[in-house]
Design a protein around this ligand. Structure first.
Ligand code: KG4
Ligand code: ZN
Length: 351
């Protein structure tokens, strides 16, 4: 079985072909990603209209390239998956409409995939992890602790009451004059800095509910930066290191609490999984790895090229859905908001 996956929910245009190998494991046959970072950099964030236009310009070529690199033509594909949300609606429409057109013409099944579900299931593609597992999904638009019980069966245990973790990294980067997107730059600076120089708060630490709050931490960084301005390079590095250390402490504490709640909802987890753009952060990974060892669990983080948005995760989620007969028809809507756990009223913003 081979699935074509298309991702256009934010500032990456991506197309990939994923299949099943001889051992029954997922196999990435091609994974093409074109980042629009350069187009948005001058604005310090993603501009939706620019993003949608940029997707239109490259999507056809990118799909052709993904098929070619996978050594196949559209005839060899068993289904077409596209991220149908949550995300910037103009971009989502580009990918989803392309997938619908291809599915119509070729009479192949269409899978309208939830972008968050694709992040959530990536650990099954890379590591074949079984259900149920605890997922920390941390990206630019989302921060959630989720019990993943099966394909389409997600229970949200915790979330952020204000900023997403990636968003906090991006905002801290911006206030310190670092480029967009800020996460990787903050991590790079943090590696040179002293994490103990600034005594920053650990919001929500110790609370019984595994939720996050990050906007106060970001404000604390801003106040420290203003207090010692003008900033030298080593001030910036120390601020980044202190901020990142606070984030890691909070992430580990919140995830530990979520693990306790998990057992009531889903029993014993097979693994602790982290996904989304922030899962590229080595300090976050190491903190979760320590927690996994402490709790006797396996910790799974995607390889770096699968942490951020990509087509392989959409193709894999499509493959998982097709195997279960979960296909969509041409009326599948593009959604700006689409929560993973539909029993919750929280609107599923972009992750
Ligand atoms: O999942 P993703 O690629 O896009 C969506 O938001 O859907 O996540 C992007 C987010 C950005 O906020 C970015 O700053 C953050 O992930 N990020 C990082 C790192 N790499 C990306 N945050 C911290 N450390 C990193 N190394
Ligand atoms: Zn994402």
């Amino acid at each position: 079985m081979r699935i074509l996956g298309i991702e256009t929910t934010c500032d990456e245009t991506a197309a990939a072909v994923v299949g099943i190998g001889f051992d029954g494991r997922g196999e990435i046959l091609s994974n093409e990603v074109l980042s629009q970072i350069a187009e948005h950099a001058a604005y310090g964030g993603v501009v939706p209209e620019i993003a949608a236009r940029a997707h239109v310009e490259v999507i056809d070529r990118l799909i052709a390239r993904a098929l070619k690199k996978a050594g196949c033509t559209i005839k060899d594909i068993d289904g077409i998956a596209a991220a149908a949300g949550p995300g910037l609606i103009g971009g989502v429409l580009v990918g989803l409409t392309t997938a619908k057109a291809m599915a119509l013409v070729t009479r192949k099944p269409l899978m309208a995939v939830n972008h968050l579900e694709a992040h959530a299931l990536t650990a099954r593609l890379t590591d074949g992890v079984g259900f149920p597992y605890l997922l920390l999904l941390a990206s630019g638009g989302h921060t959630q602790l989720v019990a993943v019980r099966g394909v389409g069966d997600y229970v949200r245990i915790g979330t952020t009451i204000d900023d997403a973790i990636g968003e906090a990294f991006d905002k801290v980067a911006k206030l310190l004059g670092l480029p967009y997107p800020g996460g990787p730059h903050v991590e790079k600076e943090a590696a040179k800095g002293n994490p103990e120089r600034f005594n920053l708060p650990r919001p929500m630490q110790g609370r019984a509910e595994p939720n996050f709050s990050l906007s106060g931490l970001k404000t604390a960084v801003r106040l420290e930066a203003e207090r010692i301005a003008p900033l030298t390079q080593s001030d910036v590095a120390d601020l980044c290191a202190s901020f990142q250390a606070a984030v890691v402490d909070v992430v580990v504490d919140r995830t530990r609490v979520a693990l306790r709640a998990f057992r009531d909802i889903a029993g014993h987890p097979t693994a602790l999984v982290v996904a989304g753009g922030v899962s590229a952060n080595q300090a976050v990974r190491s903190g979760l790895q320590r927690l996994a060892v402490e709790t006797g669990l396996r910790m799974i983080a995607p390889p770096l090229h699968l942490c951020g948005d990509n087509g392989a995760m959409i193709a894999w989620a499509g493959l998982e859905r097709l195997r279960l007969g979960l296909i969509d028809d041409i009326s599948a809507p593009a959604r700006a908001r689409w929560p993973l756990d539909t029993s919750r009223d929280e609107a599923g913003a972009k992750a």
